[in-house]
Design a protein around this ligand. Structure first.
Ligand SMILES: *[C@@H]1O[C@H](CO)[C@@H](O)[C@H](O)[C@H]1NC(C)=O
Ligand SMILES: [Cu+2]
Length: 220
C-alpha cells in the first residue's frame, strides 16, 4: 500500500514536469540540443550548476532558419505547467565554431524575451505549450544558440526551490542588421538563488510586481 502511494506520487510529479524539445516544428532534439531531462522531464534547481547553461546531454544536428524580426515558435511539452515566467536568450556562435558543438561559456548571452505576469488576486502567466519569441530585427545575421527557459515558481519560497526547465536551440538568423547586443551575461553567473524573481513566495502575500531574473532585455 505504501509503495503504491509512493509510485503514484512519483508518477504525478513527473507528469507535472516538462521539456522544451523543438522550435518551429523541427523533429524533437535535432535543432534543439538534447537536454538531460528528455526522458524524466526534470528540472535544474541549482543556478550555479553548468546545467543552467543548456542542461545539455548531446549536441544538436540541425539549425532552423529564421528571418530577423520574425518569431520563433518554442514548444514546451506537454506545456509550461507550473506558474512562472518564460524567458529567451541568444548567443552568437563565433566564426569558425561548429553550431552543433560550441559551448556557450562566459558572458555571451543577451536576453530577448522576459514574460511578466498579470497581477491580481493571484499571478497569471501564459503557461503555454508554444511561445512565439521575436528575434530582434537589428542583430547581425548568422548562427545563434537560443536558450529558452521556463521557471517554475510554485515552491520558490525556499532557497533552491525554483525549477528551471530549459534547452538550447540552434537557429540561423537571416537578414538582420549590424547592432551589437548589450547586457551580455554568462550561465552560470546570470542568476543567484537569492534573486527576487527566483526566491519568491508567489502565494502569500500575492506580489504586486515581479522582477525577472537576469540581465536587461536587449531592445533594438
Ligand atoms: C538528429 O537527431 C535526432 C534526434 O536525436 C535524430 O532522430 C536524427 O536521426 C538525427 N539526424 C541526423 C541527420 O543525424
Ligand atoms: Cu514539476
Amino acid at each position: 500500500m505504501k509503495t503504491f502511494a509512493l509510485l503514484l506520487a512519483a508518477t504525478s510529479a513527473v507528469s507535472a514536469h516538462y521539456t522544451l524539445p523543438t522550435v518551429n516544428g523541427a523533429p524533437a532534439w535535432s535543432a534543439v540540443r538534447q537536454a538531460k531531462n528528455w526522458q524524466n522531464n526534470g528540472f535544474v534547481g541549482d543556478v550555479t550548476s553548468s546545467d543552467i547553461r543548456c542542461n545539455q546531454l548531446s549536441p544538436g544536428n540541425e539549425t532552423v532558419a529564421v528571418a530577423a524580426g520574425s518569431s520563433v515558435k518554442v514548444n514546451v511539452n506537454p506545456n509550461a505547467y507550473h506558474p512562472g515566467p518564460f524567458q529567451s536568450y541568444l548567443a552568437k556562435v563565433p566564426e569558425g565554431q561548429d553550431v552543433n558543438k560550441w559551448d556557450p561559456t562566459g558572458a555571451v548571452w543577451f536576453r530577448i524575451y522576459a514574460e511578466q505576469p498579470k497581477f491580481g488576486s493571484q499571478l497569471t502567466w501564459l503557461n503555454a505549450a508554444n511561445y512565439d519569441v521575436k528575434i530582434p530585427p537589428c542583430i547581425p545575421a548568422g548562427r545563434y544558440l537560443m536558450r529558452n527557459e521556463h521557471i517554475g515558481l510554485h515552491v520558490a519560497q525556499s532557497p533552491g526551490g525554483a525549477q528551471f526547465y530549459l534547452s538550447c536551440a540552434q537557429i540561423d538568423v537571416v537578414g538582420g542588421g549590424s547592432q551589437t547586443p548589450t547586457d551580455l551575461a554568462a550561465f552560470p553567473g546570470a542568476y543567484r538563488a537569492s534573486d527576487p524573481g527566483i526566491l519568491i513566495n508567489i502565494n502569500y502575500p500575492v506580489p504586486t510586481s515581479y522582477v525577472n531574473p537576469g540581465p536587461a532585455t536587449f531592445v533594438c
